[in-house]
Design a protein around this ligand. Structure first.
Ligand code: PLP
Length: 239
């Protein structure tokens, strides 16, 4: 094994221990939580090593980085999740490799995703990204639909050809009433998920929790955690 593969294996083992401990603490089965490794800023060679180490879900947040990486990794048994703010002019490219888009937050994006999914003959899974700090999304600082807009956007996704409504996603807010209160933020997302599943029972994915707060997400009931730094290392500061 290369040094890098050893490093990734050791980091994965630590993250696996954390997820397992969090599941035990919450009285949940380990199988209820899926690890998605966020590979943004890291090269395709790392994605390949992760695949060899048994990772099956990876996530990216910028199409210009993700598209060539996914192409280089074609043939590996991976599911690709798109987790970044998505411009409609990137949708055609993203639909070419993403199995799930976790950052669906507005009607125009749904329309574009549906059109391109149909054109590509694919079914794309969609998570609605919920902004729990409404102020930040109003100021355009971060993507996400406000909790009050979830029902309408969900109905739009559910009725759009080529799209499959899979559930909800959030990023713990840095500002607003939930700042520093990850557990409460993820609990609010779970409540929204319960409401959503009344109308859309199959939309049972709840994507929450990153390197710093995955335990809070597992405790709240998340089905998917998105972990970057704890597996790959601290990202170089970009831009
Ligand atoms: C980068 C990123 C993550 C992973 O964050 P880490 O703190 O590195 O684990 C998770 N979700 C989204 C949406 C991200 O952009």
């Amino acid at each position: 094994m290369t040094d890098r593969k050893h490093e990734l294996a050791a980091n994965l083992a630590k993250v696996e221990d954390r997820i397992a401990a969090a599941c035990t603490a919450a009285g949940r089965a380990r199988e209820e939580v899926t690890l998605i490794v966020v590979t943004k800023t890291y090269p395709a060679s790392d994605v390949r090593l992760l695949s060899e180490l048994g990772v099956r879900h990876v996530a990216e947040n910028k199409d210009q980085d993700a598209a060539p990486k996914a192409a280089e990794c074609a043939g590996l048994p991976l599911r690709w999740h798109f987790v970044g703010q998505l411009q409609t002019n990137k949708v055609r490219s993203v639909v070419g490799y993403a199995d799930v888009v976790q950052s669906v937050d507005r009607a125009r994006l749904v329309t574009a995703l549906s059109k391109e999914a149909v054109r590509a003959g694919r079914e794309v899974g969609c998570l609605l990204q919920v902004a729990l700090d409404a102020g930040a999304s109003e100021r355009g600082e971060r993507g996400g639909v406000a909790p009050g807009g979830v029902e309408e956007l969900a109905a739009l996704v559910a009725g759009s050809p080529g799209l499959r409504l899979d559930g909800l996603m959030t990023v713990a807010p840095l500002t607003g009433e939930y700042a520093g209160r990850q557990r409460e933020a993820f609990g609010r997302l779970m409540d929204l998920s319960t409401d959503l599943r009344r109308a859309h029972p199959a939309a049972n994915m709840v994507s929450a929790g990153m390197s710093a707060d995955l335990e809070d997400a597992v405790a709240a009931g998340a089905t998917h955690v998105r972990v970057g730094t704890a597996v790959l290392g601290v990202r170089p500061r970009l831009g």
